[in-house]
Design a protein around this ligand. Structure first.
Ligand code: CO
Length: 158
């Protein structure tokens, strides 16, 4: 496994639409393993392939309950609304208030190409939306109600 460099906001790669994953091979497994290591080192909740420079439709999420790997994910159902603070490893030190569905159901493939569905509430639902948006070149900042002020960030961290 290896740590990958996380692409930061301002890089064109984060605005591009990703192509589907078609090969479920060793290279994909290596990428997923590297992304998990990179995510954990960065103390993040989720990481999308374009954030490590790969324009393919895959994301990983870990809200503290183990790594969830989503290949070619699609949101197939959602409901409710949550307002919360959201950030992104590609926009370090910044946070904004967003609205996301309270509940989200996703259809995806695992690293072997097998289809499954998974659903989540609250933080997990938000992470599904945030990471899948990355695959279409969308950053959470395009969806914020407003960004937090430096003072609010300081209060949040204390
Ligand atoms: Co992000």
């Amino acid at each position: 496994m290896a740590i990958r460099q996380i692409v930061k906001e301002g890089d064109d790669i984060l605005t591009k639409k990703c192509r589907p994953v078609v090969k479920f091979d060793e290279r994909l497994a290596d990428l997923l393993d590297d992304m998990a290591e990179t995510l954990h080192l960065a103390n993040g909740v989720g990481l999308a392939a374009p954030q490590v420079g790969i324009l393919r439709r895959l994301v990983i999420i870990d809200i503290g309950e183990g790594v969830i790997e989503l290949i070619n994910p699609k949101i197939i159902a959602y409901s409710g609304d949550q307002e919360s603070v959201e950030g992104c490893l590609s926009c370090p030190g910044e946070w904004g208030i967003t609205h996301r569905p309270e509940y989200v159901k996703v259809k995806a493939q695992n690293r072997f190409g097998e289809e499954f569905t998974i659903d989540g509430k609250e933080l997990l639902a938000k992470a599904f939306c945030h990471e899948i948006d990355h695959l279409d070149g969308i950053l959470y900042k395009q969806k914020v109600v407003r960004m937090l002020t430096p003072q609010e960030i300081e209060e949040m961290n204390s």
